[in-house]
Design a protein around this ligand. Structure first.
Ligand SMILES: NC(=O)c1ccc[n+]([C@@H]2O[C@H](COP(=O)([O-])OP(=O)(O)OC[C@H]3O[C@@H](n4cnc5c(N)ncnc54)[C@H](O)[C@@H]3O)[C@@H](O)[C@H]2O)c1
Ligand SMILES: *[C@@H]1O[C@H](CO)[C@@H](O)[C@H](O)[C@H]1NC(C)=O
Ligand SMILES: *[C@@H]1O[C@H](CO)[C@@H](O)[C@H](O)[C@H]1NC(C)=O
Ligand SMILES: *[C@@H]1O[C@H](CO)[C@@H](O)[C@H](O)[C@H]1NC(C)=O
Ligand SMILES: *[C@@H]1O[C@H](CO)[C@@H](O)[C@H](O)[C@H]1NC(C)=O
Length: 394
């Protein structure tokens, strides 16, 4: 081979070759270490918080995971896809850096599996979203709720204790208050839930509170969400409940389905409540704001205490007003039928969110309902059948 005539030139070529092969070797080693990512999950890494997100394939858990990844945290999602979407996990995998996200398909009702997850992974904090969450369904199938909410929360807390994990952010709900006579609801408002969903969540709260009081050095924040709406403003994720759950559905999904023609009309349940226009009043909180509250909660959780916060806008919106906002957001004159009340519903529920503003500096920013629904509608239009391969597991 002829490298050219002069000695210095061939010297240079040799150097370049050595440098190139060293670079290649380095890249090979880097690749190797980034493919053996299980190690990254098994060991603590200075400056990187590893958060276990239960229910991370679901609506709120997937949005929370998106934010945790953006903040540089490592995330392990545990979800058995009974209600969540593998498509949401795939969307998150596209965004995540190597070694920062893993998905584990497991049922939280399976104690052994849960214990194994905590044993194999160096978890620093838990955000516990996984649950069943439909008021109507809870009235019809209470055991499903006590099992999958109360009992599974006990399993998670026991596993945390066994493996020395201290921080817990718990997804609770305004349904634990029932139907208080005084509005808005503050955190000290008496909790008298009127359906199995609210009761199961209150029991889970009580387990966590009693345990933290008695013996543990857990650092817990319980967030009581009001009605969650919206989706990622950049359109990476959305809300995609299973078609078979649609009939129990939440109002935004039902309104969008009616606007798309998936269902003939939007059913408004109850027009004779004692409210401004006879329909129920709710407090609609954007999922991005809610996730922000979780991030702040994680930063403020402190050992041996359970902090409790309402997460809402503080503004009550009637179902009729919601329907108007939905029509404006979709541009579709959705047809609406007015029906009887649904068992387990309460007339009026909205929050006083001043405690979380005072203590964590959080307040809702996405408060224009029409705009929030417009963003969610955009995702829905781009994904008329949700995430598609809902049950695929690859
Ligand atoms: N959406 C709301 O308006 C709202 C309001 C208040 C509270 N919450 C609470 O927020 C949390 C998340 O709600 P969401 O709207 O995202 O619901 P979701 O149904 O979209 O997500 C729940 C996820 O948990 C998973 N899951 C359920 N049971 C499981 C089990 N036994 N093992 C493993 N995974 C399991 C499901 O597969 C699903 O992915 C729930 O705890 C809910 O009670 C929601
Ligand atoms: C999820 O777990 C429940 C038990 O709580 C089980 O009945 C269900 O079949 C599981 N779903 C999937 C998709 O694995
Ligand atoms: C919840 O618990 C019941 C048992 O009471 C089980 O049959 C069901 O599959 C569980 N999971 C879900 C997501 O409902
Ligand atoms: C929307 O539909 C209702 C009922 O079908 C009808 O009365 C109304 O005029 C329509 N509005 C518009 C703007 O088309
Ligand atoms: C909410 O947003 C819509 C659409 O952008 C706008 O027309 C409306 O004036 C806004 N409402 C308030 C109260 O700001």
């Amino acid at each position: 081979m002829d490298y050219g005539s002069s000695r210095p030139r061939s010297h240079l070529v040799a150097k370049v070759l050595v440098a190139a092969s060293l670079t290649a070797l380095c890249m090979f080693i880097l690749r190797q270490s980034s493919t053996s990512t299980t190690d990254l999950f098994a060991h603590r890494q200075e400056g990187v918080m590893h958060v276990l997100v239960t229910g991370g394939a679901g609506f709120i858990g997937s949005h929370a995971t998106l934010r945790l990844l953006a903040n540089g945290h490592r995330v392990t999602i545990v979800d058995n896809l009974s209600r969540g979407n593998m498509g949401a996990v795939h969307a998150l995998e596209e965004i995540a850096n190597p070694g920062m996200l893993q998905f584990i398909n497991a049922d939280l009702g399976d104690r052994k599996a849960v214990d194994e997850i905590f044993k194999k992974n160096a978890i620093d904090a838990v955000m516990h979203f996984a649950a069943v969450a439909y008021v109507g369904e809870s009235v019809a199938e209470p055991l499903r709720y006590y099992h999958n909410i109360t009992s599974n929360t006990l399993t998670v807390v026991e596993a945390m204790t066994a493996h020395n994990v201290k921080k817990l952010i718990y997804s609770s709900t305004c349904a634990t208050y029932g139907e208080p006579t005084k509005m808005p609801i503050v955190e000290d408002t008496e909790q008298v839930p009127i359906n199995p969903y609210g009761k199961a969540k209150k029991m889970a709260e009580d387990i966590i509170k009693d345990y933290t009081k008695a013996s543990s050095d857990l650092a817990v924040v319980i967030l009581r969400y009001f009605n969650v709406i919206g989706s990622d403003p950049l359109g990476r994720l959305g809300e995609a409940p299973r078609p078979e759950l649609r009939h129990m559905g939440r109002i935004s999904g039902a309104c969008f389905d009616a606007a798309l023609g998936h269902i003939p009309e939007l059913k408004v349940m109850g027009t004779d409540y004692d409210t401004k226009d006879g329909t129920c009043i709710r407090d609609y909180i954007h999922v991005t704001d809610l996730v922000d509250a979780h991030v702040k909660a994680l930063a403020h959780a402190s050992e041996g205490t359970v902090k409790v916060y309402n997460v809402g806008t503080g503004v009550g919106v009637s179902v009729k007003e919601f329907v108007e906002a939905c029509k404006a957001a979709t541009g579709v004159n959705v047809s609406v039928s007015y029906l009887e009340r649904r068992p387990g519903d309460y007339a009026e529920v909205y929050s006083n969110p001043s405690k979380i503003f005072r203590e964590l500096g959080w307040k809702a920013r996405y408060t224009n309902l029409t705009e929030s629904l417009s963003v969610a509608w955009k995702w829905k239009m781009a994904h008329p059948n949700g995430y598609g391969d809902a049950r695929s597991n690859s």
